[in-house]
Design a protein around this ligand. Structure first.
Ligand code: SF4
Length: 302
């Protein structure tokens, strides 16, 4: 029995067989980097954004290379995942060109777009909706925390209201939404995790990624760490909070990720972050031994 909703199981049920992601770097930037909303980006975000840095290779070639590699042999169905930076931050024409250029193979069944809430509007939602006749479409919206003060500390440069507005627009078009919560952000306590989980539970969200906060060498969080202004959390603390989140989260939400995944060559701290198995096995053990499962403590009133 699965004690929480695993992404792989969900995708297998949805598409009838194993379905994997093809990560794409489409050469986008972010309004929190180019000065439109902020400079320097969120304090934990490095020069690469998340994912591999591939923008020198055109999008179609990235997809072809993936499908021709050993990874392309591991499944018959794929989701193209626009991962790095803000993948709705461009003109509608350019967005369409970039998305279309990834949809080049019959094995592609879905499209996942990572972005930030203040880069969603009706026009973009309509464009994304236009792909739903042929593809499964999912939008990944940053949140990290529902604490607006932490939002300022991490320099995310959007508000909870921006987030709620984006959810409202996307759900009007029935687009699937995945969001993120981070554990271990500067100054946050268990109370903030409780509030962030309640915030997510009360919105029409279909998926969640839970991350531990980690420090990589090209971030402002690294400066804080070096100046003793930030202490990374321990594995034990993370597992406790992860357990709380899983058991208090709505039962219908799919967990797309339950660990942070720092690039190994750039990780500064905490060192346990580079051992994903410690998190996956650790949480499995806790849930099994205490007989806990997703949503068992969720109540509508929270
Ligand atoms: S919004 Fe996303 S891409 Fe932009 S700086 Fe923050 S984490 Fe990086």
């Amino acid at each position: 029995m699965e004690r929480y909703n695993h992404l792989n199981t969900y995708l297998k049920e949805k598409f009838g067989e194993r379905t994997l992601k093809i990560c794409i770097d489409a050469g986008f930037t972010c309004p929190n980097r180019d000065g439109t909303k902020g400079v320097g980006g969120c304090i934990f975000c490095g020069e690469r954004g998340s994912g591999e840095h591939l923008k020198t290779i055109d999008i179609a070639s990235q997809v072809e290379n993936h499908l021709a590699s050993y990874r392309g042999m591991r499944a018959n169905k794929f989701i193209v995942y626009f991962q790095n930076f803000t993948n709705t931050y461009d003109s509608i024409e350019n967005l369409k060109k970039k998305y279309d250029s990834a949809l080049i193979d019959e094995r592609i069944v879905g499209i996942q777009i990572a972005t930030r809430p203040d880069c969603i509007n009706e026009e973009i939602a309509r464009l994304l909706f236009s792909y739903t006749d042929k593809y499964s479409v999912c939008v990944e919206l940053g949140l990290q925390t529902s604490n607006e003060n932490t939002g300022k500390v991490i320099n995310r440069c959007y508000t909870n209201e921006d987030f709620i507005n984006a959810v409202t627009i996307l759900r009007k078009y029935n687009l699937e939404i995945v969001t993120h919560i981070m554990v271990g952000l500067p100054g946050e306590t268990h109370k903030d995790i409780v509030n962030s989980v309640n915030f997510v539970n009360n919105l029409d969200i279909q998926g969640l990624k839970i991350h531990s906060t980690y420090v990589t060498n090209d971030t402002r969080l690294n400066d804080m760490y070096e100046n003793n202004q930030y202490s990374p959390i321990t594995l034990e603390y993370y597992l406790d909070e992860l357990c709380y989140i899983i058991t208090h989260l709505r039962k219908d939400i799919i967990l797309h990720r339950i660990s942070g995944d720092a690039p190994k060559d750039m990780l500064v701290a905490p060192s346990w972050n580079s051992h994903k198995k410690l998190v996956l096995n650790g949480i499995d053990k806790i849930l099994r031994e205490k007989d806990l499962y997703q949503g068992m403590y969720y109540t509508v009133e929270e």
